[in-house]
Design a protein around this ligand. Structure first.
Ligand SMILES: C[S@@+](CC[C@H](N)C(=O)[O-])C[C@H]1O[C@@H](n2cnc3c(N)ncnc32)[C@H](O)[C@@H]1O
Length: 275
């Protein structure tokens, strides 16, 4: 059987690389984040844009019944393989789009978690509406979103990369707008949530990699869709070395490890919505 390549650019972008290669450096922060949310046994949790389960696995390890939904079929397969290896029968991954969760019923989950996930879906107003729709009254939506122009790692990677990539099609809404409080408020109030039920905090994620910062940049270059696209576009314009030099400087400057390893801290906006 031959598989037809996807014509959805959002799906193509995330299936292009292999996010599992980057995610291994993010497991510690994923676990700490879930611990801080008080996920406990018996809760029903949806992890949206879950990748291979950096936050879905720790939720299931705390006894919650967890569904991971992601647009990338390779990451869904990787997540299901992790769940099997870890013996987590309370954790399932399935393909889906955060802008249209048609397979999921209203008022199903105690918590919807989306860490650097749903922010990448198109049609942000639909994303907010869908997250609220599938959350039980009294439940919570928790998002982690990168912040535009923040000086730390991921916002800077995306900023540098975008300078080398062709402009997006007209009408494209930048995922980074999910890191702007006013935009987030507009989206969730349009989904029927009162303003006072939406709160924000600055939080940090740690990337810990057992090699040099330059080697970790190479992981982004080979496996992270947005960085892969930036390198391809830069190469087409003879600017690959320039892009690489900018990213090398960024990774070196931000690395706080003094042992030839990599420790990079990135700030994000933590959004909590009480439904
Ligand atoms: C930066 S990764 C984060 C993955 C995971 N949450 C983590 O913390 O490791 C972004 C994820 O969002 C997923 N994604 C992008 N657009 C999506 C959409 N429209 N619906 C569902 N998932 C999406 C990607 O496939 C990818 O797994």
């Amino acid at each position: 059987m031959t598989t037809t390549p996807s014509t959805n650019p959002n799906k193509t972008l995330w299936e292009k690389g292999d996010f599992t290669q980057l995610a291994q450096a993010m497991r510690g922060s994923g676990d700490a984040l879930i611990e801080s949310l008080g996920v406990t046994s018996g809760m029903k949790v949806l992890d949206l844009g879950c990748g291979d389960g950096t936050t879905a696995v720790p939720s299931a390890q705390r006894g919650a019944e967890v569904l991971g939904v992601d647009i990338a079929s390779n990451l869904v397969a990787a997540g299901n393989a992790r769940a099997r290896e870890l013996g987590l029968s309370n954790l399932t991954f399935q393909e889906g789009d955060a802008s249209d969760l048609a397979d999921l019923e209203d008022d199903t989950f105690d918590m919807v978690v989306s860490i650097f996930g749903a922010m990448f879906a198109p049609r942000p107003f639909d994303v907010a509406k869908e997250m609220v729709r599938v959350t039980k009254p009294g439940g919570r939506v928790v998002m982690g979103n990168w912040i535009p122009n923040d000086p730390t790692l991921v916002a800077q990677i995306l900023k540098i990369s975008s300078a080398y990539t062709p402009p997006p099609p007209e009408g494209f809404v930048s995922p980074m707008t999910w890191g702007v409080e006013d935009e987030v408020v507009e989206r969730f109030t349009a989904a029927g949530v009162p303003r006072e039920n939406i709160s924000f905090e600055r939080d940090t994620y740690l990337f810990e990699y057992d090699g040099t910062a330059s080697e970790y940049l190479d992981v982004f270059r080979r496996y992270y869709g947005p960085t892969m696209n930036a390198y391809e576009a830069a190469a087409a314009n003879g600017k690959e070395d320039e892009l690489h030099a900018e990213l090398e400087t960024l990774f070196d400057q931000q690395n706080t490890s003094e042992e030839g390893k990599t420790r990079l801290t990135a700030t994000f906006l933590r959004v909590t919505v009480r439904v």
